[in-house]
Every structure is written in C-alpha cells, then in structure tokens.
Write a protein that binds this ligand. Structure first.
Ligand code: FAD
Length: 307
C-alpha cells in the first residue's frame, strides 16, 4: 500500500471529522447587507462550527456587529461568535457590549486588543480606564458570562512583536485567562503555521490553533493588507496573479486553486479545522469546503416571527 502524503485526502469520504468556521464583516449599506445575507445563506448548509462577525477598528461597527450577530441568532441555525476589541474603550463600555451579547443569546466571543486609532504599527496604549491587555479582556468576559472565548494568533509574529518569547507569553496569558481556541492571522506558507504550532506546544499551550485562510479575491488588496499586518506574501503567489488584474474570471479560478492547494496540504499534514476569512463572499469558500468533503445539509427552519 502506498504511503503517499495524499492518502489522508483520498480517504476523505465524510466531512464528519472536519470543522470549518466562517468570518464575515458587518455591512455598511443595504447592498452590502444583501451580499452578506446571501453568503450566510449559501454557507449555512455546510454546518460550520461557528460563524464570526468582526468589530470595526476602535469599535466603529459596535451597533452593526451587534445587529448582525443578533440576526444570525434569530434567523439561522448557526452559532455566531462576536469579535470584540478593548482599544479606546473604558471597561464599563466594553462590559456593556459583553452583557448585550449575552442578552442577545450570543455565547462565543473572539476577544481582541484591537489596533491603535493611529493605525497598525503605531504605539499602542490602553485606554486609561480600560482593559490593559487582551488577557484582561478575556478574564472579564469569562466573569460576565459562561462564554466560549477565542483569541488571535500570529504564525509570523504580530508586527509589534519584540520576540518569539513575548509572542508566546502573550498567547499563554490569554489561554490562562480562559481562551479555548486561537484563530491565526492569514498566512500563505504552511511551514510558518507548523513551526508556530510547534512553538506553542513546546510552551505547554494545548488549545487548538485554527489556521485562518484567506481566499485571494484581489491580489493587490491582500498584498496591501499583508503589509499592514505583518503577513508575508511569497513571490510565487505574486507570480500566480501576475497579469490578472483585469481578468476577474481567471483570477477567481486561480484564487480557488491557490486556497484549495493550501487547505488540502494542511489537511494532508493532519489539520482538520479551518477558519475562512470570507470577505462576505461565499462561492470560493463553498468550493474549497466541497473539496474538503463538506456537503449541503438541510438545516432546521427557524421562525423569524417574534414569540
Ligand atoms: P494581542 O494578542 O493581545 O497582542 C498582539 C501582539 O502584540 C502580541 O502577539 C505581541 O507581539 C504584542 N504584545 C501584546 N501585549 C504585549 C505586552 N504586554 N508586551 C509586549 N508585547 C505585547 N481587529 C479589529 O479591530 N477587529 C476585529 O474584529 C479583528 N479580528 C481579528 C481576528 C483575528 C483572527 C486576528 C488574527 C486579528 C483580528 N483583528 C481585529 C486584528 C487585531 O485587533 C490586531 O492585530 C491588533 O493589533 C492586536 O490585537 P490582538 O488581540 O491580536 O492582540
């Protein structure tokens, strides 16, 4: 019998051992709202473990994030996770948001520090009456309610990181405060992810480190985002998208191939949970999940009429 690294992939008959989650951002207008909800409805039958909704820089989408997760609770069978940052907010303000999520039926928060108002890379200083660190925020969330708490992780280190030791200490503090899952910043070189997981495990941290996968809808957009977040963009990736700026159809096919290649390679090496940065677009993510063996499952119909 062959011992090809692809054996795991070819034995993939059922998706029961694979967990996927999808990340969305809150819409700014009616057109974006329609796009978001059509994507949620398309991805819902894949039965993700959870879907998360981001929190705009400095809490700028506070109401829209709340409205989106509340609608997910009311109208779908999905389990929403609300992102929450503590930058530029007092403890009272943040605690109010946490309690509002609990009252809306949300039981999972992705707890983050957030970027300084002056932008990524500028000096971070906590609000004078605010949480000093993400670990403090995690502890407070756990005090307020029995939430599941996920946090961030950076396989290529956070742009502000001083050293790997500090990087791992920061993750450990978040786990000690109650986080039970970390979702990574996106990356394109899977060896960065595996090296990072080794470091985390060597430090005695045993929570799942879920790889964050970003389909490259726009190479220029992703390259700009990567520059700000400290993720590297390999030259082979740039080469794949070269000359396709005005060729949307080919770009989408290449993006699907690139993401599928990355996800299947992670899967071949034992990874069985994936978090997709959907950018509120469903088709590419749906196709990749299909390749992972996930299939449409009928969902229980939820009444939208208030009781
Ligand atoms: P932390 O994990 O607390 O810290 C980040 C890094 O800063 C550490 O890894 C370390 O290098 C350094 N650091 C922290 N504390 C110390 C210390 N005491 N001493 C020395 N170094 C330290 N942003 C949003 O605004 N809204 C979102 O919805 C959002 N969602 C995200 C989801 C994911 C999965 C990820 C990976 C990021 C997300 N971000 C979001 C971005 C995030 O807010 C920024 O990357 C921010 O700069 C750091 O927040 P954090 O929670 O990752 O910080």
């Amino acid at each position: 019998m062959s011992n090809s690294p692809h054996d795991r992939r070819f034995r993939l008959n059922s998706a029961s051992d694979i967990a996927v989650s999808f990340e969305f951002f809150p819409p700014k207008n009616e057109r974006m709202e329609e796009q978001l909800w059509s994507s949620i409805k398309r991805l819902e039958p894949l039965s993700p473990s959870f879907v998360s909704v981001t929190y705009g820089a400095g809490g700028s989408t506070r109401e829209r994030t709340h409205a989106t997760v509340s609608r997910i609770v009311k109208e779908t069978s999905l389990k929403p996770a609300a992102h929450l940052t503590c930058v530029d907010a007092s403890k009272e303000e943040v605690d109010e948001v946490i309690r509002a999520y609990w009252d809306a039926g949300v039981r999972h928060i992705v707890a983050l520090r957030g970027d300084p108002a002056a932008g990524v890379g500028s000096q971070y200083s906590p609000h004078e009456n605010g949480y000093q660190s993400t670990a403090d925020l995690v502890a407070s969330i756990k005090r307020i309610g029995d939430f599941e708490v996920s946090v961030s992780a950076y396989p290529e280190r956070h742009p502000e990181s001083r050293s790997w030791d500090v990087e791992i200490d920061v993750l450990k503090a978040k786990v000690d405060a109650g986080a039970t899952r970390a979702i990574t910043q996106f990356f394109f070189d899977n060896s960065d992810y595996f090296r990072y997981v080794e470091r985390v495990q060597a430090a005695g941290i045993n929570i799942p480190i879920i790889p964050g996968i970003v389909p490259v809808h726009s190479f220029k957009g992703i390259a700009g985002f990567a520059r700000r977040t400290g993720a590297s963009v390999p030259s082979w990736l740039a080469r794949r998208f070269e000359g396709l700026d005005d060729d949307l159809r080919t770009r989408e096919l290449v993006a699907a191939a690139v993401a599928a290649e990355q996800v299947l390679d992670l899967f071949d090496q034992g990874v069985d949970a994936f978090h997709f940065y959907t950018m509120n677009k469903a088709d590419l993510v749906y196709a990749i999940c299909h390749m992972l063996g996930l299939r449409h499952q009928e969902q229980p119909v939820k009444s939208t009429v208030a009781a």
